[in-house]
Write a protein that binds this ligand. Structure first.
Ligand SMILES: [Zn+2]
Length: 268
C-alpha cells in the first residue's frame, strides 16, 4: 500500500489512541511508563554528565530517542515532572509520522516554548496534550490564580509553568501571562521578559501578544526570595496601555516558582 501522509492518524487521534490503549482515560496524572510499555520502548535513566555527546555546553541534553533500537534515555537528574514531560516528548517523536526514523537528541532549548524547530514544537505539543488531556475540558472551571496553578500542578504532576501556560491558552477570559527571567545587567542583577502568552480573547481585543517590561521592580524583588511558595502571590492593580493607545485597568498577580517570576494580567 502506498502510505501517503494523509493515511496517518492526526495528533488528536494519536493522543486518544495512547490514552485509551493504556487505560488512562480517567487518569489525572498520566503514567508515561504505561505508554512506553505499550509501544515496547526501553527506558534508560542515565547520568548524562558522564556521556560524551557533542552539544552546546549551555544547552544540556535532557532526553534522547534511538528510533531503530527502540530506546528512550532520560537524564536521571531531572525532577519527576520534568522526567514525565521528557519521556512523553520522546514518545511523541516516536509516534509522530513526520518524525523520520532517526536519533533525536533533545536538549533543554528543544523542550522550551521558545524552540523554533518544527519537530520539537510538535513533540512538545503532543507531550503537553497527553499531560493535560483531562484539564483541557475543565480549564475554565478554575479561576486563573497562583493557588489553582499550584493545585493543578500537584494533581497532574506537571510543572507550575506548564499549567499556567495551559490555563491561559484555554481561557475564555482576557488574560496575559508574562514570564520573567533574571540576568546580570552590567554586574547588577535585573529581570527581563522571557516570553508572554495571551488568551485568544485577549489577542482578539487588544491585538497584543507581548509587552515590554524589563527591570520590573516586583519581579526583581521576587527573584531575591528563593523558596517563596508559589501561592504566596502579590496582587496589584495597574493601568496598561494597549497598542491601540487604549488605557485599561488590569489586575496583576505576581508569583514565583524559584526559577522564574510569573505575572498574570487579567482585564475585565
Ligand atoms: Zn525532541
Amino acid at each position: 500500500m502506498n502510505n501517503s501522509i494523509e493515511d496517518y492518524p492526526d495528533k488528536y487521534e494519536l493522543k486518544q489512541y495512547l490514552i485509551n490503549e493504556t487505560d488512562q482515560k480517567n487518569v489525572v496524572s498520566i503514567n508515561p511508563y504505561l505508554i512506553l510499555e505499550l509501544l515496547k520502548l526501553e527506558l534508560l535513566d542515565l547520568d548524562f554528565s558522564n556521556i560524551e555527546i557533542t552539544i552546546p555546553s549551555n544547552d544540556p541534553l535532557r532526553a534522547l530517542l534511538h528510533y531503530n533500537e527502540k530506546v528512550v534515555a532520560i537524564d536521571s537528574e531531572l525532577r519527576e515532572e520534568r522526567k514525565t514531560f521528557s519521556i512523553l516528548h520522546e514518545i511523541a517523536h516516536y509516534v509522530l509520522p513526520t518524525h523520520f526514523n532517526r536519533i533525536f537528541l533533545c536538549c533543554e532549548s528543544h523542550m522550551s516554548i521558545k524552540t523554533d524547530m518544527s519537530n520539537e514544537k510538535e513533540a512538545n505539543q503532543l507531550a503537553a496534550d497527553l499531560i493535560f488531556h483531562l484539564l483541557d475540558k475543565r480549564a475554565n472551571e478554575y479561576k486563573l490564580n497562583s493557588k489553582n496553578i499550584k493545585l493543578i500542578g500537584n494533581e497532574y504532576k506537571a510543572s507550575f509553568e506548564a499549567v499556567a501556560r495551559r490555563l491561559v491558552e484555554k481561557s475564555m477570559k482576557k488574560h496575559m501571562l508574562v514570564v520573567y527571567e533574571s540576568f546580570y545587567n552590567k554586574h547588577q542583577k535585573s529581570s527581563r521578559v522571557k516570553y508572554c502568552i495571551v488568551s485568544p480573547l485577549f489577542k482578539k481585543h487588544y491585538h497584543a501578544q507581548t509587552i515590554h517590561d524589563d527591570n520590573n521592580k516586583i519581579a526583581n524583588n521576587l527573584f531575591e526570595e528563593k523558596g517563596r511558595d508559589i501561592s504566596n502571590s502579590i496582587i496589584e492593580e495597574t493601568k496598561i496601555i494597549t497598542p491601540a493607545e487604549k488605557t485599561l485597568t488590569a489586575k496583576n498577580e505576581y508569583f514565583t516558582n524559584s526559577y522564574n517570576v510569573f505575572r498574570i494580567i487579567t482585564v475585565k
